[in-house]
Design a protein around this ligand. Structure first.
Ligand SMILES: Cc1ncc(COP(=O)(O)O)c(C=O)c1O
Length: 371
């Protein structure tokens, strides 16, 4: 069935995709060009610079892969892991588990350390786990979209990984463009993200960045990367250097992401983070006023994704259905054991506005008072 557009655009306040700006929507209508067109190659050069700004890196291998965030995850893992490599994954939510699963499918010898949903790791816990074996790779999610928790102490964790001889891979799907992230200053070897969250573009591209140590690990491989499509050396030959044909990338998606990145650059990272925080604070205090308490403690609560406790006696699924049907607002339910306990409310991209917070709080208030 075709979605009904006559009710106006959905107010997307879930964990992504976020709403896109009029500028990005206009960019999507730019006539397409071929995947080797000189204009597209020029756009890639600009997009690379803008992605380097967003990631705060000078890494040569910084691209936007064709595919969603999972393709970034899969690409990072398939490029870095050879069968039999020891891999440690720190799991504090659903997406950490996905990393572990993909790492195992790549033939990695995977060990997991876990925290209950809603908690994060201390540096000491990670350091203790890193001591157990010689790991080639350590992976962790920066912003767990399944719980709304920001894993703190990333620079110290990166330092511990390097001290124990491991590379560090960071999932930045919900952190890039939403909270401070400094790939070079924090010594992160590899990171990937997605276009549809804080970057404010539609889904379909996965920004990725590989630093010198990660690149060297790829160059030293004894076997070719398992996936032709996600092979970063081939990407590099397409984006940089000879621009060799690799696949028929969608110019349309790159127009949109480049425009969204220009908007980020014009606003600046600092001002965007401050704006996100201010809008999130309005949501948190409004929720508290209607007795819907945030689930994650303030010191590691993500501004872009809030998990809110469902009040006693309220059916969370009915509330979500009413928000969608009566108010045209999308929010998400909880994950796993949090399924009936929390809602997940995203304030990313164009969705992040005081106006949307007010619309949501008013709708919540009305629904909760007419149980
Ligand atoms: C932290 C995290 N990692 C990875 C992914 C996978 O991204 P995608 O759904 O774009 O494939 C998501 C998606 O929400 C995510 O939140």
């Amino acid at each position: 069935m075709t979605p009904q557009f006559n009710r106006g655009p959905r107010i997307l306040l879930g964990p992504g995709p976020a709403m896109t700006s009029p500028r990005v929507m206009r960019a999507l209508t730019t006539p397409t060009v071929g995947h080797l067109d000189p204009d597209l190659l020029k756009l890639y050069a600009e997009e690379q610079e803008l992605l380097r700004y967003a990631f705060q890196t000078k890494n040569e291998w910084t691209f936007a892969l064709s595919g969603t965030g999972t393709s970034g995850m899969e690409s990072a893992l398939t490029n870095l892991i050879e069968p039999g490599d020891n891999v440690l994954v720190a799991i504090h939510g659903y997406f950490g588990e996905r990393i572990a699963e993909i790492a195992a499918r790549q033939g990695g010898n995977v060990d997991r350390i876990t925290r209950p949903l809603g908690e994060i790791f201390t540096v000491e816990e990670i350091e203790t786990a890193l001591k157990a074996k010689a790991y080639k790779l350590f992976a962790i999610v920066h912003a767990e979209t399944s719980t709304g928790a920001e894993q703190l102490h990333i620079p110290q964790i990166a330092e511990a990984a390097h001290r124990h001889g491991a590379l560090i891979l960071l999932d930045t799907v919900t952190s890039l463009g939403g909270i401070p992230l400094k790939i070079d200053e924090w010594n992160i070897d590899a990171a990937y993200s997605a276009s549809q969250k804080n970057l404010c573009s539609p889904s379909g591209l996965a920004p990725i960045t590989f630093g010198p140590r990660a690149k060297e690990a790829v160059e030293k491989r004894t076997k070719p990367v398992n996936s032709f499509y996600l092979d970063l050396k081939l990407y590099s030959a397409y984006w940089n250097g000879a621009h060799a044909y690799h696949h028929t990338a969608s110019a349309t998606m790159h127009y949109a992401l480049a425009e969204a990145l220009r908007e980020l650059h014009e606003e600046t990272l600092e001002l965007r983070f401050a704006r996100y925080r201010k809008v999130a604070e309005a949501l948190w205090s409004g929720l508290t006023n209607i007795e819907v308490a945030p689930f994650i403690p303030l010191n590691y609560r993500l501004p872009s994704l809030t998990t809110a406790r469902v009040p006693q006696g309220v059916d969370p699924h009915k509330v979500r259905a009413r928000l969608l049907e009566e108010y045209n607002i999308e929010i998400a339910g909880g994950f796993g054991s949090l399924k009936d306990l929390v809602w997940r409310i995203g304030l990313m991209g164009q969705s992040n506005s005081l106006e949307n917070v007010k619309i949501l709080l008013d709708a919540f208030d009305k629904i909760l008072n007419t149980k």
